[in-house]
Ligand binder design. Structure first.
Ligand SMILES: CC(C)(COP(=O)(O)OP(=O)(O)OC[C@H]1O[C@@H](n2cnc3c(N)ncnc32)[C@H](O)[C@@H]1OP(=O)(O)O)[C@@H](O)C(=O)NCCC(=O)NCCS
Length: 202
């Protein structure tokens, strides 16, 4: 596990640091970034992030060391999100990618209750494929000649990770208590009785 590592939500002030990071060799070829990308384009992308876009940055030794994003689908793909992660070359193999994955998958599993998280990784990108496998992603197929870059058309391995629905309080204890006519469990919401309601200001 990395020392001096903080994972926190992305802030708009991180834009320039991330723009630089995305353009560095070792990152540029493995993501969908264009070498020509301007700071104002990146800034616009980040400004357009909405409530269904969840981004975290890793700060290590006082600098932005990496970033991960989870983008939740809409309509009939509401239960699905796509995921991306990237770590600066100088901060690799120190647990930063692992920490970002744990944080973003915690949001997916325990805060959003998503059923499916999916991604694409270029077939030659062994480090990323291993990272994803470590976090329970499994291969689903190859999109051939999917991404242009570095003078050739590259294949993309599609991977996904499925999870069952989140458990609900009402699935078990509270539901049983209600069915049996027991008093409400400690910590459950009670409806105020009439006397209490009468005392409250309108
Ligand atoms: C993939 C990437 C995010 C890994 O980040 P990292 O901080 O170096 O990863 P960690 O140190 O947390 O390692 C976590 C796991 O990833 C895998 N891994 C990371 N680097 C690896 C490498 N060079 N070779 C093989 N496996 C590797 C291992 O499974 C490792 O677990 P382990 O340490 O228990 O063996 C990083 O290499 C990167 O940013 N690459 C370029 C961008 C990219 O490819 N993003 C994904 C686009 S789909």
């Amino acid at each position: 596990m990395a020392h001096d590592l903080e994972i926190r939500p992305f802030d708009v002030d991180d834009t320039e640091a991330l723009w630089r990071l995305f353009r560095t060799p070792g990152v540029l070829e493995t993501t969908l970034t264009m070498p020509s990308q301007r700071l104002d384009q990146r800034r616009r992308q980040f400004e357009q992030l909405g409530d269904d876009d969840h981004m975290f940055v890793a700060v290590r030794h006082g600098e932005i060391a990496g970033v991960a994003g989870l983008h939740v689908g809409t309509g009939r793909r509401r239960h699905v999100a796509s995921l991306g992660v990237m770590v600066a070359v100088t901060h690799r193999r120190a647990g930063v990618g692992d920490a970002l994955m744990r944080t973003i998958l915690d949001v997916a599993d325990r805060w959003l209750g998503l059923r499916r998280v999916e991604l694409g990784v270029l077939t030659g990108n062994e480090a990323a494929r291993r990272l994803y496998e470590k976090h329970d992603f499994t291969p689903e197929g190859v999109w051939r000649q999917s991404v242009a870059g570095d003078g050739r058309l590259q294949d993309e391995l599609r991977m996904a990770r499925l999870r069952p629905a989140m458990p609900a309080d009402s699935d078990d204890a509270a539901q049983r208590a209600l069915a049996e006519g027991d008093p409400p469990l400690e910590g459950t919401l009670e409806t105020p009785d009439d006397a209490e309601r009468a005392e409250r200001p309108a």
